[in-house]
Design a protein around this ligand. Structure first.
Ligand SMILES: Nc1nc2c(ncn2[C@@H]2O[C@H](COP(=O)(O)OP(=O)(O)OP(=O)(O)O)[C@@H](O)[C@H]2O)c(=O)[nH]1
Ligand SMILES: [Zn+2]
Length: 189
């Protein structure tokens, strides 16, 4: 459960700690606003990502399904700063052709992205949830993102891009399955 009151008090306290006056006109509504923004950014904490994949259907399609360039916004758990980019999610359905709605792949990315994260864990969690629910022959997840904690502070390398991948099942064992998906992902650029 998100505690709106506590979050507001914390934002007010943080503004005070930074030497700001939280009671000045421009900041008067900011603690409530920031608290609401956090509730939205961390919405994944208050849901079960597997529920996103509850609805499946049999389409007797046993080859690659790949959704590329899913916009992804998350928050790094080290600095509570955004990292954002795109996610590519693919799977090969099992022998029953068990598939899910395409939008559900994007919903799954959101469910894990909307919480304090690291990119590697986000990538694996999406892959593992798909493996558990669809029981497909394989899953591939690639995430490309820029971390604002590396751009706007610290090392200040704006534009540096981090790519992470998670491969399961057939994508791990078969170089040609992996190459097919990676070629399609590369072809998007
Ligand atoms: N592996 C990984 N590291 C991340 C991610 N997001 C942020 N980081 C890194 O987390 C690290 C935290 O390092 P610390 O040395 O504890 O913190 P810091 O002193 O603020 O580090 P700098 O960012 O180098 O200034 C930094 O190197 C960040 O770049 C992520 O998703 N995955
Ligand atoms: Zn960070």
């Amino acid at each position: 459960m998100f505690d709106q009151e506590r979050a507001e008090a914390a934002v007010r306290e943080l503004l005070l700690a930074c030497g700001e006056d939280p009671d000045r006109d421009g900041l008067a509504d900011t603690p409530a606003r920031v608290a609401r923004a956090y509730r939205e950014m961390f919405a994944g904490l208050y849901m079960d990502p597997h529920s996103v994949l509850a609805k499946t259907f049999d389409e007797s399609h046993e080859e690659l399904v790949l959704v590329t360039d899913i916009p992804m916004y998350s928050v790094c758990e080290h600095h509570i700063l955004p990292f954002h980019g795109v996610a590519h999610v693919g799977y090969i359905p099992n022998e029953h052709g068990k598939v899910t709605g395409l939008s559900k792949l994007a919903r799954l990315v959101d469910a894990y992205a909307k919480r304090p994260q690291v990119q590697e864990r986000l990538t694996s969690q999406v892959a593992d949830a798909l493996m558990q629910t669809l029981e497909p022959r394989g899953v591939i997840v690639v995430i490309e993102a820029e971390h604002l904690c590396m751009s706007m502070r610290g090392i200040r390398k704006a534009g540096a891009s981090t790519t992470t991948s998670a491969v399961r099942g057939q994508f791990k064992t078969s170089a040609s399955s992996r190459a097919e998906a990676l070629d399609l992902i590369k072809a998007r650029r």
